[in-house]
Write a protein that binds this ligand. Structure first.
Ligand SMILES: [Zn+2]
Length: 77
């Protein structure tokens, strides 16, 4: 895949070199999110984890962060 159109910034960009997550989610991120927007999400997720005191050892908290990520990146199906 040479380039992708990013769901968040709507620009045509090179995709991430490696899926940042496993399975279908990682694949969806590579196909729909550019590296710049992925970096933005990484900063945002660190802020959310701090702000809400999320504990990623808890499934509920992981689910909540994943939901926020899909919204942020425009991956809602
Ligand atoms: Zn983008």
């Amino acid at each position: 895949m040479a380039t992708i159109v990013c769901n968040r910034c709507h620009r045509r960009r090179k995709p991430l070199a490696e899926p940042p997550a496993g399975g279908d989610l990682g694949k969806a991120i590579v196909e729909h999110v550019c590296p710049a927007c992925w970096d933005e999400w990484r900063e945002m997720s660190a802020r959310l984890i701090n702000h809400y005191g999320l504990n990623l050892g808890l499934p509920d908290h992981r689910r909540e962060l994943r939901r926020a990520m899909k919204e942020f990146l425009g991956l809602e199906e």
